[in-house]
Structure formats: C-alpha cells, structure tokens
Design a binder for this molecule. Structure first.
Ligand SMILES: Nc1nc2c(ncn2[C@@H]2O[C@H](COP(=O)(O)OP(=O)(O)OP(=O)(O)O)[C@@H](O)[C@H]2O)c(=O)[nH]1
Ligand SMILES: [Mg+2]
Length: 163
C-alpha cells in the first residue's frame, strides 16, 4: 500500500552503505526516488515531494519527477548529471507505461542502470513489464528493490562496488 503522508518503517537499521560512486536518480513523480535515497541513507521513510534537486550524503542526486515529465525541463537533468558517475533510471512497476523514451540513457554518455521500486506491491508481471521499459530505455542492468522491505539493495551495492 502506498503511504502518502505517513512514515513507513524500515526492516533493519544497518549503517548507511558507503557509496563509492555518485548517482543521479531520474524517474517520473512518485516513482520512489526520494524514498530510495532515504532507504540507502537510513533515514526515516517520510513522504516529501521533491521540489528541486537534492543531494543526499554527497553521493545521491535526487531530482524532481517533473524534470523528466515536462519536456522543456529535461535539459536540466543533463546539466545536473554532469556531476554524477552513474545514471539511475527509476521505474515504478505499478505504472503501466514509462516516461523514458527509447534509448534515453544513451543521451547521457555515462553508465546507466535501472532500478525498479515498490517490489513489495507489484506482481511478477508488473516487474517484468518495468524491466522491459528500463532495458528499452538503455539500462545496462536492472535491479528490483523495495525501499520499505529493504530488498534488492545488496545486488545494487555489489554492482556499484565493481564499477
Ligand atoms: N510500498 C512502497 N511504497 C513506496 C516505495 N517507494 C516509494 N513508495 C511510496 O511512493 C510514493 C512516492 O515516493 P517518492 O519517493 O516520494 O517518489 P519520488 O520519485 O521521489 O517523487 P517526486 O519527488 O514527486 O519526483 C510515497 O508515498 C512512498 O511512500 C516502496 O518501495 N514500497
Ligand atoms: Mg522525490
């Protein structure tokens, strides 16, 4: 179930992973970008609409969904991404379509991965559909996560450590 203005609890309280790479998170509004940042940083999961670019722990660049949704804002994502090592395309599997144009990741000239959020509330079919959207957008690898359950992050951290 979505938690709109409430606080979700996390499944554990391990210390924050140290990210050796700077990531920029891109995806439509409500995709789960900020919640993902909160999970990785072991912050309380608290809904807060992203109004402007936000940086978490100097290593996660969180962007507002509107930067992707509103065509003339998209250039802002390219400017903001100049600081990042890896592009992370964030897709909500309960959304039928995608906001990512085909081969979108190629426009950044940096490695790009896909992260599917909200595994805890999606069917296997929805996750597969989201995976196809992310691969079509040019993600080199796709990780399936839940920021609420904390699942799927080990594989993401392993990948980042290998880069
Ligand atoms: N069940 C569940 N809900 C999630 C998960 N991740 C995010 N949500 C919920 O999805 C909603 C939107 O999450 P946000 O992280 O704010 O989305 P965002 O991509 O940052 O959206 P913008 O800031 O508008 O671009 C919130 O109500 C979150 O609680 C998850 O893994 N599981
Ligand atoms: Mg946000």
């Amino acid at each position: 179930m979505m938690a709109d203005s409430s606080t979700l609890s996390q499944s554990n309280n391990e210390p924050i992973e140290t990210l050796n790479k700077k990531l920029i998170l891109i995806g439509r509004t409500t995709a789960g970008k900020t919640t993902l940042c909160q999970h990785i940083c072991r912050e309380e999961l608290q809904y807060a609409k992203t109004q402007a670019v936000q940086i978490f722990k100097d290593s996660l660049i969180d962007t507002p969904g509107e930067y992707l949704e509103i065509r003339h804002y998209r250039g802002a994502l390219h400017v903001t991404s100049s600081d990042a090592d890896i592009i992370v395309l964030v897709q909500d599997p309960t959304e039928e379509g995608t906001m990512f144009p085909p081969a979108y990741a190629g426009s950044f000239a940096k490695p790009a991965v896909g992260v599917i959020t909200k595994q805890d509330m999606a069917t296997p079919e929805q996750i597969e559909r989201a995976r196809q959207h992310l691969l079509a957008a040019g993600a080199q690898k796709v990780f399936v996560t839940s920021s609420v359950d904390g699942t799927g992050f080990e594989a993401l951290y392993d990948y980042l450590n290998q880069q």
